[in-house]
Design a protein around this ligand. Structure first.
Ligand code: FAD
Ligand code: S2G
Ligand code: ZN
Length: 467
């Protein structure tokens, strides 16, 4: 072992340096178990200074390190390969400050998203980032992947929710950018450079997050669409009629609703009719406004023939049941056999056309495959998943992943879209970077990478394709 790492192991002690297989195992499994990591050790520094010591040692030894938050990422971005270190941020879990007047909260990178949401609520404020993994994903991971989730429509992705960062650089120096300013035009935006860089340019150790007024009320409904194209008219209507207080607009397909009801306890379809496409929409605001606006817009949408039915939540419990249905789709797909997953974005106006084209193309490629498209269509983000064809072995189906991905991502590119809307690139989509990013874009990104990580120790193999 390089002397710098031996010194680091002594500095971190047994609580901070894990190198026994059993102790390392939980850090090496990607949540979808498609990728299995291997590591020299898992290091668990307790504070920013210790993170800086880890980076300085890795820099001196020329050893790669992979930052890890909750390891809920969908692209194997937090999984190391043999000989590298996993740097877990889990122990940096302090909320350093909350300023309700300022509308800011300073959290360390290892803080769990749900804990930050709760801390904001305890101060009468809202931290609006919300996603299915919020009980285990971390603020550092959210910023490193520029996470999206359920409220992007109203509040933006993680990038829009961050005012300042503390970052440890590849050589162990610490950049203190923990500013709470809404405006600061003093040179290049270093904060935004690190956000979405997936640990390849620096390790985020703390962030100043934006807080919003805590909405007094929310109004939630499941609307049954007349057809898939009607989602666009309903979205436009909902945004206009709600004075743009529409926070969520999630597409739920029949196949997903049936699977959720079948497999996930507590999920039930509020309609007696099996509608092909539904949309879960939610508004927030003060007083009776959300409920009154939602009721009026649904009535108008019904009259206009955009929807054929609507189930409006009459209580928090009913709203939670509708969200359980939406989150149930993700869980339920696992019970429907193997899944091939895509996280793509197209211009909002092209969502229905893309779903039809991709469904037809994948069915032609793989007869019997079951398209499972759902998610944040208000942002143009479709989780265009595929479920295993009946009668086909899972291994044979998953062996088709590359061919399906090529068909889907080529269609996305033809629509002027993105092959990764919110989950990032990680290790599983670097091939797509080579295929779809221009040579100039790749050249510029590699130049930034060389400047900030000249020894190539920051999350090697993630984001940028070899070259
Ligand atoms: P990890 O998985 O630990 O790491 C993710 C990446 O960030 C890796 O490349 C890692 O190296 C890097 N990283 C982690 N911490 C740091 C740090 N402190 N500094 C620098 N780099 C770091 N994502 C969405 O965007 N929207 C969704 O709606 C959504 N829904 C999900 C639902 C479920 C059920 C699951 C399992 C996942 C979902 N995700 C979603 C994906 C995932 O939760 C997000 O990508 C999340 O932001 C990852 O956070 P994490 O702490 O788990 O990061
Ligand atoms: C979501 C994650 C689901 C998945 O639920 O919105 O981002 O498994 C997705 O891809
Ligand atoms: Zn999502």
């Amino acid at each position: 072992m390089h002397p710098a790492l031996a010194r680091l192991r002594t500095r971190l002690g047994p609580a901070g340096w894990l190198d026994q297989p059993a102790a390392m195992a939980p850090y090496l499994e990607e949540s979808r178990a498609r990728h299995h990591g291997a590591a020299l050790a898992v290091v668990r520094p307790a504070d920013t200074a210790a993170v800086a010591a880890v980076l300085a040692a890795c820099h001196e030894a020329g050893v790669g390190m992979v930052p890890q938050g909750g390891n809920t990422g969908r692209c194997a971005g937090a999984l190391p390969t043999a000989g590298q270190l996993v740097l877990s941020l889990a122990r940096l879990d302090r909320i350093r400050a909350v300023d309700a007047l300022d509308g800011s909260l300073t959290a360390e990178a290892g803080c769990i998203l749900a804990d930050v949401q709760a801390a904001a609520r305890a101060h009468g404020r809202l931290f609006p980032l919300s996603l299915g993994a919020e009980g285990s994903c971390t603020i550092g991971g959210n910023l490193a992947t520029n996470a999206g989730g359920l409220n992007v429509l109203r509040y933006g992705s993680a990038r829009a929710l961050c005012l300042g960062l503390e970052v440890v650089l590849a050589d162990g120096r610490v950049w203190d950018g923990l500013r709470r300013l809404r405006k600061d035009n003093t040179g290049y935006d270093l904060r935004d450079l690190f956000i979405g860089s997936e640990g390849t340019l620096g390790v985020i150790t703390a962030a100043v997050l934006r807080l919003f007024p805590l909405p007094e009320r929310r109004a939630t409904a499941l609307a049954a669409l007349a057809d898939l194209d009607a989602c666009l008219a309903l979205l436009a209507r909902a945004r206009h009629a709600s004075a743009d207080t529409l926070t969520s607009f999630e597409l739920l397909p029949r196949i997903g609703l049936d699977a959720a009801v079948r497999h996930v306890p507590g999920c039930r379809d509020p309609f007696d009719v099996a509608h092909a496409w539904c949309v879960l929409l939610e508004l927030d605001g003060a007083g009776d406004a959300p409920a009154a606006r939602l009721e009026a817009l649904l009535a108008d949408a019904l009259a206009a023939g955009e929807i054929v039915d609507a189930a409006t939540a009459a209580s928090e419990a009913q709203a939670a049941a509708l969200w359980r249905l939406r989150e149930g789709l993700v869980e339920a797909q696992r019970h429907e056999g193997a899944s091939i997953k895509h996280d793509v974005a197209v211009p909002v106006s092209r969502v229905p056309e893309f779903i039809r084209q991709a469904s037809a193309a994948c069915t032609a490629l793989l007869p019997g495959v079951r398209p499972y498209p759902f998610g944040h269509v208000g942002d143009g983000n479709v989780h265009f998943n595929l479920s295993q064809p009946p009668g086909m072995a899972a291994a044979d189906f998953l062996a088709c992943w590359g061919r399906c991905e090529r068909v889907v991502h080529d269609l996305v590119a033809a629509c002027g879209g993105s092959f990764s809307a919110e989950h990032g690139v990680g290790r599983s989509k670097t091939g797509e970077m080579a295929r779809y990013k221009s040579p100039l874009e790749l050249e510029l990104m590699r130049g930034i990478k060389r400047t900030l990580d000249p020894r190539g120790i920051l999350n090697p193999g993630a984001v940028l394709p070899p070259g």
